[in-house]
Design a protein around this ligand. Structure first.
Ligand code: HEC
Ligand code: HEC
Ligand code: HEC
Ligand code: HEC
Ligand code: HEC
Ligand code: HEC
Length: 439
């Protein structure tokens, strides 16, 4: 906010800087922040350094295709080594002016030393942080107004009281009454207004708190840009590659690994792509693997994918448990990835509900994906059936059959209570216990 006002005053506020901000937030902010290092380095002052050591054209080329820039210019070459990750090549998406407008915007930012709070996933989320701040801004204005009114009123009443006291009791008495006593007296006399004022303050604080809580960790729709525009639709959809071919630890462990570049090379050594656009994308796999078309050169550059789904550290989530033991479909939590043409994103709970209908699951989400409410809701609706994995993994089958059998034998009342709704839910087996999900 302060930045915008400042720019208005100095008259240098142009539509360009604003466009630059929009472009930055949509394309660069997943990896870059003006003042903080993230996946990519902080960008404040970067242009200046480039103008000193290289030139504007190279900087623009860098944003279009950093590899070309690095091949032509020693400074670009040097800068391409500073992080283990590779930057996205944006190609000819934008004009020179548009690219420069991004840097105009970056250079127009003023560092907020008051601390904007740590970023969420992907380290740099300038946009989100800013929005949060502006939505909280009005609350401070209201609070300030309320306090200012009270202080002014107290001042006025204080003078009146003094005056009245001086008149009736003489000067010394009036001088002795302490400020706190006066305030108490005044508050009592004006209890209606003080009450309303206090209520406004309390409500204001509550609203601020709730807004803060709601805007923290709502990840729906989160779709960071990735070093390679990997389309799930082409792989898992059109070419029908099984999810587990690439996410091969999903049935064995807590996490569902992201495939290494070797997995890509299994196919892409042969599949080079037909159109130039495809070829350019697949070339990035070769660069990462250090493949020159004939042989491996040994010059590898790991692809560092940005995490899309990301729970806080204090939450325990296990894929094996849900996919194997719970028998859930990936789509119930991730949406239909076989139709995902763009890079992966956190699907909204409304989209997930559509998937549930398609596969005849009875789950209906009302809470945002990846929030605690989301987990809890499903644990109250899913079914754990005996023999759920009849032809899958006999060990886990016995685990659940054993629970059912144990209940039938030893605690029939509890079992029939569980079966009130004709099913046993994860909740009834402890899926609502804090310690199951929290370390
Ligand atoms: C996928 C992550 C990613 C995205 C998205 C991204 N960058 Fe980068 N950027 C990097 C990384 C990583 C580096 C460091 C270069 C390296 O080590 O290869 C970098 C370096 C840079 C540099 C050189 C910084 C320096 O200190 O010299 C500039 C300039 C830059 N990026 C601009 C941009 C702009 C502008 C955008 C948006 C249009 C953008 N980047 C989007 C990851 C990203
Ligand atoms: C050819 C390999 C391949 C196949 C097959 C594949 N994926 Fe992926 N998946 C990837 C890569 C690479 C990424 C990282 C890029 C991205 O996030 O878009 C990814 C990312 C994801 C993510 C987001 C990860 C995160 O960071 O939160 C999910 C969820 C996912 N895949 C689910 C699936 C599902 C479900 C299927 C089967 C329908 C599937 N994938 C099939 C390669 C694959
Ligand atoms: C099982 C084989 C297989 C594996 C493994 C595989 N791919 Fe592919 N990939 C394909 C096929 C088939 C195509 C479609 C080529 C075409 O349309 O001509 C493709 C196309 C692509 C494209 C071009 C998509 C477009 O825009 O049209 C990209 C990018 C790509 N793959 C990236 C990857 C990455 C990254 C990995 C590793 C995480 C990977 N692939 C693993 C088979 C595979
Ligand atoms: C019960 C819901 C649920 C189901 C079912 C599910 N996932 Fe996930 N998935 C998640 C959550 C939650 C995360 C985030 C985990 C974290 O941040 O620790 C995640 C993360 C991922 C990731 C990112 C890597 C990781 O492990 O953090 C991939 C890839 C992925 N899932 C693929 C799959 C595939 C493939 C399937 C089906 C075989 C699947 N998931 C089934 C909820 C689910
Ligand atoms: C689509 C439905 C669904 C969603 C969403 C879901 N779960 Fe589950 N969860 C299940 C089912 C079904 C089971 C039972 C399988 C089992 O006990 O292993 C389960 C079991 C568990 C268990 C083991 C409970 C026990 O009694 O041992 C934990 C821990 C757990 N889930 C954590 C989570 C967390 C954390 C999330 C949210 C990030 C989540 N789940 C989201 C369906 C879901
Ligand atoms: C089924 C899994 C599950 C159970 C059971 C569960 N939680 Fe959570 N909880 C989560 C997840 C997932 C998050 C993270 C939500 C987010 O990031 O928005 C969370 C977040 C929280 C937070 C907010 C922390 C933060 O990130 O700001 C608190 C506090 C919390 N849980 C307390 C509890 C308590 C107390 C219980 C027991 C009554 C409980 N949880 C039971 C899954 C669970």
């Amino acid at each position: 906010m302060a930045v915008v006002t400042l720019l208005f005053l100095t008259g240098s506020y142009t539509a360009q800087a604003q466009d630059g901000g929009t472009l930055f937030k949509a394309n660069c902010a997943t990896c870059h922040h003006p003042f903080k290092d993230g996946t990519g380095p902080k960008l404040s002052g970067a242009r200046e350094a480039w103008l000193e050591n290289a030139d504007e054209a190279t900087l623009i080329l860098w944003v279009r295709n950093w590899q070309e820039a690095a091949a032509q210019n020693s400074y670009a070459q040097q800068r391409s080594q500073i992080k283990p990750t590779a930057m996205t090549a944006f190609g000819d998406k934008w004009t020179d002016e548009q690219i420069l407008s991004i840097f105009d915007w970056i250079d127009a930012q003023v560092e907020d030393t008051g601390g904007g709070g740590p970023g969420g996933p992907g380290a740099a989320e300038g946009g989100a942080v800013e929005e949060e701040e502006s939505s909280l801004g009005w609350i401070w204005i209201v609070l300030f107004a309320v306090f200012a009114t009270i202080i002014m009123a107290v001042g006025g009443v204080r003078r009146q009281l003094k005056h009245a006291q001086a008149e009736s009791e003489g000067d010394e008495e009036g001088a002795k009454a302490s400020y706190a006593d006066e305030l108490k007296r005044w508050a009592w006399l004006n209890r209606k207004y003080v009450g309303i004022g206090a209520l406004v303050v309390v409500i204001g604080i509550l609203v601020a708190l709730f807004q803060g809580l709601y805007s923290i960790n709502i990840m729906e729709g989160y779709q960071p840009s990735q070093p390679i525009d990997f389309p799930h639709a082409t792989h898992a959809g059109i070419n029908g590659i099984d999810c587990k071919y690439c996410h091969n630890t999903v049935t064995e462990s807590k996490t569902a690994s992201i495939p290494s570049v070797n997995v890509c090379m299994n196919c892409h050594k042969q599949i080079k792509g037909n159109e130039p656009e495809q070829q350019a994308k697949i070339q990035k796999i070769y660069d990462a693997a250090g493949w020159d078309g004939q042989k491996y050169t040994g010059k590898t550059k790991p692809i560092v994918w940005n995490k899309v789904h990301n729970l806080p550290d204090h939450v325990y989530f296990n894929h094996q448990q849900h996919v194997v033991v719970g028998g859930l479909d990936c789509a119930q939590c991730h949406g239909d990835m076989t139709k995902q043409v763009e890079v992966a994103k956190v699907q909204s709970h409304e989209e997930l509900n559509l998937v549930q209908e398609n596969i005849d699951a009875e789950i209906k989400f009302t809470k945002a994906t990846l929030t605690m409410g989301w987990c809890i809701e499903c644990h109250n609706q899913s079914t754990i059936a005996p023999g759920i994995l009849a032809d899958d993994d006999s060990e886990t089958l016995t685990y659940y059959d054993e629970i059912h059998n144990r209940l039938v034998k030893h605690n029939k009342t509890l079992y029939s209570k569980f079966l009130d709704d004709d099913k046993v839910t994860p909740r009834e087996l402890g899926g609502w216990e804090c310690a199951k999900c929290h370390y």
